[in-house]
Design a protein around this ligand. Structure first.
Ligand code: B12
Ligand code: SF4
Length: 490
């Protein structure tokens, strides 16, 4: 069958462009079964998806099915894409993080007119089952995770357990991405390089922790690791076969088992695969590290590591965020990573329920003390499927329920708590103050940024960042946000 797998583009400020790896996995499984697959990522394409649909039709080789991926902020665009594909007669299938959390919403009227099937969870095997059934002219029966309409009813099959043996999967179809159109993975530290060949790799799936801001139904609680050998083989393909100039490890927690993480580094060194720099795109977990791990990572080609620091107050970490780590553990991880010669990044969240002026001040102080190359301060956003969402539903109020609004959660206060303490205006003020105090009010930092060539060669991007972080927009106040209450609509 001819299939197009698509990722819509968020119409928001965003400079970084990463491959949608989930589509790479789905494409690989479909391709292995003999289907013809194209990956369309609106973030890097010059033409809308209709162009490829119409072209294929004109050439007499139309696509029969479109599979669209969506995180919560992209669901609106995913629906729009499904609607135009349906007009051209394609079978439309939706999957990805938002559908894993809310599988029914996309089959409610009026969306049931253009969404045929929704999948919840990891779908490598189940999407293939659907395609096989459709190709044989059969109605899909019970396929793990599938949801579809049958008259007035929505048929919902239980989700299968998350794929236990990840080594059994083919490598993602990295070769189907137009890789030279993606940027490097952390442009805020290096400047934006639009010509990088940056691939991402997933060495494990799942995470046993239960941070309250995290979309746990998407990550899953059971950590499943690929064998070191299997990861090294894919790494070799990226470096030697596909000319990677940078690799990003995007696991939720690749270092859960310290001996395995060290073994992977040793194998990369042995295999001579340490020539291409790599970064941990998301936070490593600080309490599963030691100096030896960072030294091995450095020797294995790692350039920088990111850590989810979140908050500078131990009570907030323990009772609200439930991070399973202390400020002291954070300090030790930064100390060791720096001692090993790695660049560091810290991810901090402002405005979790319970955050006060004092705890947010502690967070800023900790960021200044840790002094990573990059500090990323985010405003807490109540994504559906998080424990935080439930906390706010119980004791507070979410200002806007328009999914597109979740795209850049740094920009606006998204909720308030009715505890007589929480102040969304203060949260936004402290968040902006964090950027100013970290990047602007320290002469060494300003000089570093001013000396960075890319900040001048890509001036529009630099100016957009300056406006966003240091000046703000008129719509960034709580009042402005609550005035925008929008229903979720197509
Ligand atoms: C890498 C990553 C990023 C990268 C790259 C994203 C990309 N281009 O893919 C960057 C840094 C850019 C990023 C940004 C954001 N991210 Co992010 N990210 C991740 C992370 C850590 C890994 C994604 C991944 O590669 N997974 C591995 C693949 C194999 O899984 P998958 O993509 O989910 O695909 C599988 C299934 O979902 C399903 N599937 C997926 N698509 C489709 C399509 C069809 C048709 C079918 C049938 C099935 C299907 O099958 C796939 C194979 O099993 C996840 C956490 C996680 N564990 O997934 C968070 C995660 C997806 N991100 C999240 C968030 C919140 C964001 C941001 C919204 C943050 C922000 N506010 O700006 C942005 C949104 C960006 C965007 N445009 O959508 C949340 C999403 C929550 C939600 N409700 O949507 C997650 C789940 C983190 C979390 N635990 O809370 N992210
Ligand atoms: S450690 Fe990371 S992936 Fe695991 S629950 Fe916390 S935020 Fe989610």
């Amino acid at each position: 069958m001819r299939i197009i797998l698509a990722s819509p583009e968020a119409k928001v400020w965003s400079a970084r462009k990463h491959i949608p790896l989930g589509l790479g996995y789905l494409a690989a499984v479909l391709r292995e079964a003999g289907h013809q697959v194209r990956i369309y990522d609106a973030a890097v394409e010059d033409v809308p998806v209709e162009y490829y649909l119409d072209l294929a039709e004109e050439q007499g080789r139309p696509y029969r099915l479109i599979g669209i991926t969506a995180t919560t902020p992209l669901i609106q665009e995913a629906w729009e894409m499904a609607a135009l594909a349906k007009k051209r007669g394609l079978v439309t299938v939706l999957g990805g993080p938002h559908l894993t959390i809310m599988p029914f919403e996309s089959l409610e009227p009026p969306r049931d007119r253009f969404v045929d099937y929704v999948f919840k969870g990891e779908a490598e095997y189940s999407l293939l089952e659907l395609v096989t059934a459709l190709e044989a002219g059969r109605e899909p029966g019970v396929i793990p995770g599938i949801h579809f309409r049958h008259g007035d009813e929505i048929v919902a099959s239980p989700e299968s357990p998350m794929i236990p043996d990840l080594d059994a999967l083919p490598f993602p179809a990295h070769d189907l991405f137009q890789i030279d159109r993606y940027t490097n993975l952390q442009p805020l530290t290096d400047g934006l390089d639009p010509n990088a060949r940056s691939f991402t790799i997933l060495t494990s799936r799942g995470c046993p922790y239960k941070c309250t801001f995290c979309s746990k139904p998407v990550t899953g609680d059971t950590w499943r690791a690929r064998s070191v050998e299997n990861v090294v083989q894919e790494w070799r393909w990226l470096v030697k076969g596909l000319g990677a100039t940078e690799i990003g490890v995007t696991d939720d927690i690749w270092n859960l088992k310290l001996p395995r993480a060290k073994e992977l580094c040793r194998r990369l060194i042995q295999e001579g695969l340490n020539t291409v720099p790599w970064v941990t795109v998301h936070g490593m977990k600080v309490n599963h590290t030691d100096l030896e791990l960072f030294q091995l990572m450095k020797a294995a080609g790692c350039k920088r590591v990111g850590f989810g620091v979140e908050n500078g107050d131990d009570r907030m970490l323990r009772d609200v965020i439930r991070k399973g780590q202390t400020v002291e553990m954070v300090r030790a991880a930064f100390r060791n990573a720096k001692a090993a010669g790695l660049q560091t990044m810290g991810f901090f969240i402002f405005g979790m329920p319970g955050d006060t002026e004092e705890t947010m001040e502690k967070t800023i102080q900790l960021a200044l003390e840790l002094d990573p190359e990059l500090a990323n301060f985010m405003l807490a956003a109540p994504f559906p499927g998080t424990a935080m969402y439930d906390m706010i539903r119980e004791g507070g109020e979410i200002f806007a329920d328009n999914w597109t609004d979740y795209a850049i959660h740094e920009q606006k206060a998204r909720f308030t708590m009715h505890d007589g303490q929480y102040d969304p205006e203060l949260v936004v003020r402290k968040w902006r103050e964090a950027y100013r105090r970290f990047y602007l009010y320290r002469p060494r930092r300003v000089l570093e940024k001013a000396l960075m060539k890319e900040n001048w060669t890509n001036l529009p991007n630099t100016l957009a960042q300056v406006k966003r972080f240091f000046i703000g927009h008129k719509d960034q106040t709580a009042d402005a946000v609550s005035a925008q209450k929008d229903p979720v609509a197509v």
